[in-house]
Structures are given as structure tokens and as C-alpha cells.
Design a protein around this ligand. Structure first.
Ligand SMILES: Cc1cc2nc3c(=O)[nH]c(=O)nc-3n(C[C@H](O)[C@H](O)[C@H](O)COP(=O)(O)O)c2cc1C
Length: 385
């Protein structure tokens, strides 16, 4: 399984990504929260910090939010010049202001426009393009048409958060609709395998021809056949889309992951967002549970909440170390207590659920105005274990 870290504007900035990579190094791809194309310049100072190579270790993919092909291509070019080999198109942002402008999940309301946009960006893309999408603007029934459009283009990958924009983050992700997308990509993969087999066969016949020193004419035939066939098949397969599919949504525990994999045994890539922010050891727990025969369903202790040894793969000291390092780095990069505390409180909105029984302390922590108070409260929460 390949694991991706979801882009989360305001949370998974470069400090978070860099620190996570240093301590956990189990993410295959980090997605950088979106940038929007500017009219006059490529990037502002904050964006430059986000995308600079020195701040991005591991495989990182910047994301672009726009509905203008020219702006997308300009920004993609600037990112390619920074050394990025892939950019991601945001077709999932549900924010009201973004959607009202027909961007993010709002773009899904205009399939014809989207098709034209994709035609333009794929015609002259300076690097590979992946897409992160919801399954519709209003309802899941829209996804069939969207898939039809995506299948026309050679996406690097299609990451699906199976909710419509109307769902926002409510309810549960729509697995039947995701299943359809996965099936399409598997069918395509099968077709691709067939064409690879054909190419192999043709290569064999070429080798045989050479071995037997056949006449040049005979030897030319399979070569011609291979190239022509390769070209035409590749062309048609590209038009139908040959991309892999990645699942994203509501994987908060090893048990959630197990359910996902039971439903989709052929799935090869999962993107995790809130699950990792709320539990930085989540991927280690998934891997540990995978190794332990009966490790999937960990019972909660009804009296004391979670216990250390109930979660194979969870390393409480590492979680604290991760917190402390992020806190230290935010102090170095942000000016003043207010932005620092704002960032840390945001993190605790997710981290808090790791510490049941600590609700009062966490509530207090979210109200503190001074660094010193924050440090005492955070220390108390960590020391409970
Ligand atoms: C605070 C916040 C910020 C987000 N920022 C982005 C973003 O910049 N780009 C994007 O494609 N998705 C963004 N998302 C969506 C996440 O990448 C992800 O799709 C979503 O949280 C569902 O995955 P999860 O259930 O694993 O968290 C954001 C989500 C949240 C909660």
C-alpha cells in the first residue's frame, strides 16, 4: 500500500510536512496545500517558502486551484522550473467563496468547461498532472459524467474523495461510487496489460527474426507491426485514461483502514488527512495491525480510555516529540505568540481525540493567550500517560 498525506490548508504546511517526514518517513507522497495563480508574479514570499526545495523533503506535489487554463499552465511551468515533476489540480475544495467562483468542487458543476480546461492543460503541460476530486457538485450521480471526462486524459493519478460538495464533510464517503471509479481503472489496467503482452510477443518475434537471420523484409515486418501497434494502442488507451486511483476520506484508525481494504482488496493507494493530524502514528498503527493477526479490532478500555499497549504501532513519546518539534519550529518561523498559538490550537482540534478524559484541559488549552500557559497545559496532557 502507498500512503499519501492529504493537503490541508493551514495545517500541513512545510513545517508540518518536514517534521513529519523527519520523524516518521512513511509517507510516499506529500501534497502541498493549494496555490492560486497570480496575475503579475509567480509566487509570493509565503508560497515560495511552501514550495522551496529545501523545505520539501520526500516526494512532494504542489497543488493548483483555478478554473483558468492559462493560469494553471503558467503556475505549473513555474513549479516545474523549481524541479517539481507533478502538479495536482484541486477539484474538491468545498469552501463557499471558492465554489461560488466555479473553482475547486465548484468546477464540477460545469463539466463542459472542465473538459475544455483539461484539454488545454494536457495539451501543453510542462509536467505530469494528477487530479484530486470530489464526486460531484450536488450529488453522486454526477460522477459518471465526470469520470467519462477524466478518462479522456492521461492523468498521473486520480485521487477521489467520494463526497459531493453539498456533503462537505458530513455523512460517510460514498463507497459504491468509488467502487465504480476503481473498477474503471482496473479495466483499463487490464487492457494495458494486454497491450504490453502483445508488445512483448512482437518483440519476441523480432528477436527470433534476428536470430534466424531472416531476410530484412521479414524482420522489418514485426518491427513495423510493433511500433505501429504500440503507437495506436497507446494512443487509444491514453484517450481512455490509464491512471491509477487513490482513495481519500475518513480513515481515522487501523480498523477503518481494514474495512476499506476488505471492501476494495485491489486498492493500492490511500490518502490520509485528518486521520494523521489527529494521530501522527496512524500509518505505523496500520502497518503494525497488518502484521498482527488479531490486531485490527482494538477494544477501548471502558474505564481508562485508550491504553498504551492497546494500539500496536502507537508511540506516545514520538507523538510528544513530534508536537515539541513542530512547536519549536513554529516559534522560529512565526512572529509573535498569537499566530503560534493559533497554529497549535488548530492542531489540538484534531490531536485532542487521542487523549480521552482530557477534554477539560484541551478546552482550556484552546483559550490560552500566552505561550507559558500553553506549555503547561500541553505538558499536563502529555504527562497523563
Ligand atoms: C482544514 C482543511 C484544509 C484542507 N485543505 C485542502 C487543500 O488545500 N487542498 C485539498 O485538495 N484538500 C484540502 N482539504 C481536504 C483534505 O485534503 C481531504 O480531502 C479531506 O480532509 C478528507 O480526507 P480525510 O478524511 O482523510 O481528512 C482540506 C481539509 C481540511 C479539513
Amino acid at each position: 500500500m502507498r500512503f499519501y498525506l492529504a493537503p490541508m490548508e493551514g495545517i500541513t504546511g512545510y513545517v508540518y510536512r518536514k517534521t513529519y517526514q523527519e520523524l516518521f518517513h512513511n509517507v510516499d507522497k506529500y501534497f502541498i496545500p493549494f496555490v492560486e495563480p497570480h496575475q503579475k508574479r509567480d509566487f509570493n514570499a509565503k508560497e515560495l517558502n511552501e514550495i522551496s526545495r529545501e523545505n520539501n523533503q520526500g516526494y512532494c506535489v504542489p497543488q493548483i486551484l483555478t478554473n483558468q487554463a492559462e493560469g494553471f499552465l503558467r503556475t505549473a511551468q513555474a513549479l516545474a522550473e523549481q524541479g517539481y515533476e507533478e502538479v495536482n489540480l484541486n477539484l474538491g475544495c468545498p469552501s463557499g467563496t471558492v465554489v461560488a467562483k466555479g473553482k475547486g468542487a465548484g468546477f464540477l458543476e460545469y463539466p463542459e468547461k472542465l473538459d475544455l480546461f483539461l484539454r488545454k492543460i494536457f495539451a501543453s503541460a510542462p509536467c505530469r498532472i494528477s487530479i484530486k476530486t470530489r464526486i460531484g457538485r450536488y450529488e453522486p450521480e454526477e460522477f459518471g459524467r465526470l469520470l467519462e471526462i477524466y478518462r479522456q486524459y492521461p492523468l498521473e493519478e486520480l485521487i477521489i474523495h467520494p463526497r459531493s460538495r453539498e456533503d462537505y464533510y458530513a455523512g460517510t464517503p460514498n463507497w459504491p461510487v468509488f467502487a465504480e471509479a476503481l473498477r474503471c481503472s482496473e479495466d483499463t489496467a487490464k487492457m494495458l496489460r494486454c497491450s504490453e503482452d502483445t508488445a512483448k510477443m512482437l518483440r519476441c518475434s523480432e528477436d527470433t527474426a534476428r536470430m534466424l537471420r531472416c531476410s530484412e523484409d521479414t524482420a522489418e515486418m514485426p518491427r513495423y507491426g510493433r511500433e505501429e501497434m504500440g503507437k495506436s494502442q497507446e494512443g487509444s488507451l491514453r484517450r481512455q485514461g490509464t491512471w491509477p486511483v487513490c482513495y481519500n476520506g475518513d480513515i481515522f484508525s487501523a480498523a477503518d483502514y481494514k474495512r476499506l481494504l476488505t471492501a476494495f482488496p485491489t486498492l493500492s493507494t490511500v490518502m490520509l488527512g485528518r486521520g494523521i493530524i489527529g494521530n501522527p502514528c496512524l500509518i505505523d498503527e496500520i502497518k503494525a495491525a497488518d502484521r498482527l493477526e488479531n490486531g485490527w479490532e482494538q477494544e477501548k478500555d471502558p474505564v481508562s480510555g485508550f491504553k498504551k499497549d492497546q494500539h500496536p504501532g502507537r508511540d506516545w513519546d514520538k507523538i510528544r516529540e513530534f508536537h515539541d518539534l513542530i512547536y519549536q519550529r513554529y516559534q522560529e518561523t512565526l512572529s509573535g505568540d498569537r499566530p503560534l498559538l493559533f497554529k497549535m490550537k488548530d492542531l489540538w482540534c484534531y490531536l485532542g481525540s487521542l487523549y480521552p478524559g482530557q477534554e477539560k484541559q484541551i478546552k482550556k488549552l484552546k483559550k490560552v493567550q500566552k505561550k507559558g500557559e500553553y506549555e503547561i497545559l500541553a505538558g499536563n496532557i502529555f504527562n497523563i500517560l
